[in-house]
Design a protein around this ligand. Structure first.
Ligand SMILES: *[C@@H]1O[C@H](CO)[C@@H](O)[C@H](O)[C@H]1NC(C)=O
Ligand SMILES: *[C@@H]1O[C@H](CO)[C@@H](O)[C@H](O)[C@H]1NC(C)=O
Ligand SMILES: *[C@@H]1O[C@H](CO)[C@@H](O)[C@H](O)[C@H]1NC(C)=O
Ligand SMILES: *[C@@H]1O[C@H](CO)[C@@H](O)[C@H](O)[C@H]1NC(C)=O
Ligand SMILES: *[C@@H]1O[C@H](CO)[C@@H](O)[C@H](O)[C@H]1NC(C)=O
Ligand SMILES: *[C@@H]1O[C@H](CO)[C@@H](O)[C@H](O)[C@H]1NC(C)=O
Ligand SMILES: *[C@@H]1O[C@H](CO)[C@@H](O)[C@H](O)[C@H]1NC(C)=O
Ligand SMILES: *[C@@H]1O[C@H](CO)[C@@H](O)[C@H](O)[C@H]1NC(C)=O
Ligand SMILES: *[C@@H]1O[C@H](CO)[C@@H](O)[C@H](O)[C@H]1NC(C)=O
Ligand SMILES: *[C@@H]1O[C@H](CO)[C@@H](O)[C@H](O)[C@H]1NC(C)=O
Ligand SMILES: *[C@@H]1O[C@H](CO)[C@@H](O)[C@H](O)[C@H]1NC(C)=O
Ligand SMILES: *[C@@H]1O[C@H](CO)[C@@H](O)[C@H](O)[C@H]1NC(C)=O
Length: 650
């Protein structure tokens, strides 16, 4: 080694060892960049601490190569709000290979000067608040492997566009691209155009262009991009069929085509792609299809086919998908029995609601292995038989929703003391017999809905109020006699209580202490006497229904009610005398079918500005209609029929 070479080697080594930038130039460029940017130093974790006391290659967000040139810069999530245009010293960092400016608030156009950063292979400008047309100069960054310009227009109110230049012009020379993310960039492009443009990218592996205002059709030739593994095109109105050629993509792992206006029949073969781990074709209500049989495979973990027009039975081979974790087939037309999930032990979420599933759930083995299950929804089907008690023993299960089926039996629960269940909805089934006493062992229950079944017998409400987390309890429309005679000191956090048609004789007194109570339904009982005054003082009460009882009057006084009721339903009682003032936020008011004879003077209309429904029919109101009714400008239904009203209509 010659002396000169040795010396320069020494200099470089010292610089590198000391962590200095080869050229102080790099450091001063970075400092200049920092000084020019406006950022919120409270939220910044990188720029904030850039300073001369240490060498720039050790700064947060800065990566240098062996020679001390800055090759990587990550200024994502720095709350940068401006100070960045085509004069920025950033564009003098000629060695940059990787640059991330994502998750900031630039609120400016993308400076065309990016074309000076010729060595960039990774460029992320995602969710950075850039607006306007993406400049053609980006197309000169021919080494790009990853280009991410995803955005959301609602952050800024303005959108990022790729119209002139369009996608084709942008990517024509970017043949190295493997990852292309352009979510939320408005392209307004026809199927043939954007599909053909993508064919310039033979190495493309990941494509994400959701919400780009793309039109269809999806071109079958997209499958010529043999390395494609991620395809995300959600929220574009493609009005297209899905090409069967997608099943030829040997490396397909993610296919997401939610809300795409898909039509035709979804190719079954796609479900059988062995590498597929996630598929979401939800919200395509005109897309038909049915499931093929599944081979044993652990790859698929997310299967979302909700709100489509799929039909047919579920193949029993569904349980071969032993990696499946998230299954949503709700809002379809599936028929036949619920398959056993035997081997799909990773399942954590099952939603089969709103289909036409039928039959019963035969053995406990159906669910027994599902040690990871967190939520199951089989609501709105025609499933009958016994509710499998094994469900209640699954250690992680939090939600069981089985409403609107034909289940007929619920046995006492055993060994459920460690249950994590917080929601149990069994409403609208055919379950008979007493309410299992063991339900109160589900100590985490927050929502319990048992309405519209055939539960019978005497039921002590206080048992349930011992469930400290209970917020919603619905026992309505069974054959129950509910005893509400409760120690007033019992604590509960009830928000919604529905005891309609529960043979109550009184308005439960303990409710006056339920300050969180928001919805109360006591209709269709045998309650006599007065409406207690405390009911109007429940400051969170928004909906009160005491219709179809034998109430006769109000505990006074009725002036200056602080009530925030939106819904007040008093109809079909024997209430008489002066009608109560209308609550000030009332939307729905029904005083009909009582014996009311007079209005509180000008009480009517005083507060009615938001009222949509008002019925005073079938009472004994007399005199003239108060003029202030004309203030009720939102009314859609006004019923004064069958009274003794006289005079002129105001
Ligand atoms: C950036 O800062 C330098 C001085 O530090 C100044 O000369 C230049 O005008 C600034 N540029 C912008 C765009 O603010
Ligand atoms: C300078 O940078 C160092 C290391 O990042 C940091 O600990 C120090 O707080 C910074 N000083 C100032 C004045 O920002
Ligand atoms: C961008 O600005 C909005 C409102 O000005 C703010 O809510 C948001 O957190 C900011 N985003 C970032 C990444 O700083
Ligand atoms: C830089 O931006 C200004 C205004 O945005 C523009 O007039 C100018 O032509 C740009 N310069 C380059 C080199 O792009
Ligand atoms: C750009 O990359 C090439 C190939 O990796 C390299 O030879 C060249 O020195 C780089 N240019 C700069 C300015 O870093
Ligand atoms: C693509 O590259 C070719 C050759 O380098 C060049 O002639 C052409 O203008 C480029 N096209 C675009 C859209 O940048
Ligand atoms: C979306 O595309 C349609 C044509 O398909 C066009 O009429 C509409 O203006 C576009 N919307 C936006 C926001 O660009
Ligand atoms: C697909 O990817 C492999 C490995 O990444 C690469 O060798 C091959 O060239 C790619 N295929 C095409 C058609 O680009
Ligand atoms: C599929 O992916 C694997 C691993 O990611 C890769 O080795 C292989 O080259 C890819 N094959 C194709 C055809 O892209
Ligand atoms: C989707 O596109 C089709 C055909 O272009 C059109 O008839 C339909 O109205 C569009 N739907 C929406 C929600 O824009
Ligand atoms: C479900 O299937 C039945 C008969 O097979 C059909 O009448 C009905 O229209 C379908 N419903 C939907 C939403 O596709
Ligand atoms: C009740 O709810 C609280 C808060 O959500 C939770 O931490 C607690 O574990 C629940 N109690 C039971 C018995 O599950």
């Amino acid at each position: 080694m010659k002396l000169q070479e040795f010396l320069s080697f020494l200099v470089i080594s010292i610089c590198v060892v000391a962590g200095l930038c080869v050229e102080d130039d790099e450091q001063s460029l970075l400092l200049q960049l920092k000084n020019n940017l406006s950022f919120n130093s409270e939220r910044s974790s990188k720029l904030k601490v850039w300073n001369e006391s240490i060498a720039c290659c050790n700064w947060n967000g800065v990566t240098c190569n062996d020679e001390g040139y800055v090759i990587g810069l990550d200024l994502s999530e720095e709350s940068i709000t401006g100070g960045f245009d085509n004069t920025s010293s950033l564009f003098s960092l000629q060695h940059l290979q990787s640059l991330s400016l994502g998750y900031n608030n630039f609120s400016s156009v993308i400076p065309p000067t990016f074309n000076r950063l010729k060595n960039l292979t990774y460029l992320s400008l995602s969710y950075a608040g850039f607006v306007g047309q993406i400049p053609i100069e980006i197309s000169q960054l021919t080494r790009l492997v990853t280009l991410d310009i995803s955005s959301v227009s609602y952050l800024t109110g303005e959108e990022l566009k790729l119209e002139n230049p369009n996608l084709g012009m942008l990517v024509r020379n970017l043949s190295s691209i493997q990852q292309l993310y352009l979510d939320g960039v408005t392209m307004t492009s026809q199927g043939e155009e954007w599909c053909n443009s993508l064919l310039f990218l033979p190495n493309l592996k990941e494509l994400s262009m959701s919400n780009c205002n793309l039109s269809g059709p999806i071109d079958a030739s997209l499958a010529n991009l043999v390395n494609l593994s991620v395809i995300i095109l959600d929220e574009n109105n493609l009005s297209s069929t899905v090409p069967e050629t997608f099943a030829n993509l040997k490396n397909l792992t993610t296919l997401s085509l939610s809300s795409c206006g898909l039509i035709g029949t979804f190719p079954q073969k796609i479900f059988q792609v062995r590498t597929l781990s996630s598929i979401d074709i939800s919200y395509n209500s005109n897309l038909q299809g049915c499931f093929p049989s599944f081979q044993l495979s652990g790859a698929l973990h997310t299967l979302i086919v909700s709100i489509t027009s799929f039909s047919g039975t579920l193949p029993s081979s569904l349980s071969n998908l032993n990696g499946l974790s998230y299954l949503d087939l709700s809002f379809n037309n599936f028929t036949g029995p619920i398959p056993s999930f035997g081997m799909a032990r990773k399942l954590s979420y099952i939603d089969l609601s709103r289909n036409n599933f039928s039959g019963s759930i035969p053995s406990s083995a159906h669910f027994e292995g599902l040690q990871n299950l967190i939520s199951i929804n089989l609501g709105y089907n025609s499933i009958g038989g016994k509710i499998p008690s094994s469900l209640f023993r699954l250690p992680l299960l939090q939600k069981i929703q089985l409403s609107n089926n034909q289940f007929g039996q619920l046995d006492e629960l055993k060994n459920v003391s460690s249950s994590k269940l917080n929601t149990l909805d069994l409403s609208s089934n055919n379950i008979s017999g007493p309410i299992p006493a063991s339900l109160v062992q589900l100590t985490g229950l927050s929502i319990l809905q048992l309405s519209s079944n055939k539960f019978n017998g005497l039921m002590q409400l206080n048992k349930f109020l011992d469930l400290r987390n209970l917020t919603t309890l619905d026992l309505s429309y069974n054959n129950l006699s509910v005893n509400v005679n409760i120690n007033l000191s019992s604590i509960a956090n009830i928000i919604t209580l529905n005891l309609a048609s529960c043979r109550l004789k009184v308005i439960p007194g303990f409710l006056r202490y339920q300050s969180k109570l928001s919805t109360l339904d006591l209709s269709g009982n045998q309650i006599q006497g007065s409406v207690p005054n405390w009911i109007w003082k429940l400051e969170n009460l928004q909906s009160l229904n005491v219709s179809h009882n034998f109430l006769t009057d109000f505990e006074g006084p009725l002036q200056n009610l602080s009530s925030n009721l939106f819904v007040l339903d008093l109809h079909y009682n024997q209430l008489q005398g002066t009608a109560p003032v209308f609550p000030k936020s009332a939307v729905y008011v029904d005083y009909s079918n009582n014996n009311f004879s007079s209005f509180i003077p000008d009480g009517i209309g005083g507060y009615l500005s938001g009222t949509i429904y008002l019925s005073l029919a079938n009472n004994r109101f007399h005199g003239s209609i108060p003029y202030s009714i004309c203030n009720a400008s939102s009314l859609q239904v006004l019923d004064f029929s069958h009274n003794n009203i006289s005079g002129t209509i105001p």
